[in-house]
Write a protein that binds this ligand. Sequence first.
Ligand code: HEC
Length: 111
Amino acid sequence: MKKLLAVLVLAAGVGPALAADVVGNPKAAQSKIEMCIGCHGIPGYKASFPEVYQVPMIGGQSAKYIESALHAYKKGDRKHPSMRGIATSLSDQDIADVAAYYSQQNGQSRK
Ligand code: HEC
């Protein structure tokens, strides 16, 4: 698990930190969501750790919700250690992109 997180942090940590007016681009998210798939299943993928984690389905949730959840993990308002590790490695642009991407997934959403 530690190793997985280290890889994730390395993979994501290189993104540039961007400032205001961040607009999510679902296409740009393709490479970024690879690290989410192992835990959050998306249609066509199976969650890797179903027995270990209670992982919420994020596909189909609103972009605003996903975005604010990720910012909350980043700031520490939400405490889950795995998600905090992930969120702190994402730039604001990354967060906007993955939120835009996941909000368009609806195959297994819990709308
Ligand atoms: C190591 C496994 C793991 C990885 C990788 C992971 N997540 Fe999560 N995620 C979780 C778990 C477990 C929760 C539930 C945490 C909690 O209870 O607060 C969660 C919660 C969330 C939530 C809040 C959902 C809700 O309904 O409140 C969002 C949004 C989210 N993750 C997005 C992402 C994104 C985007 C990525 C990829 C950049 C990602 N996660 C990668 C395990 C993971």
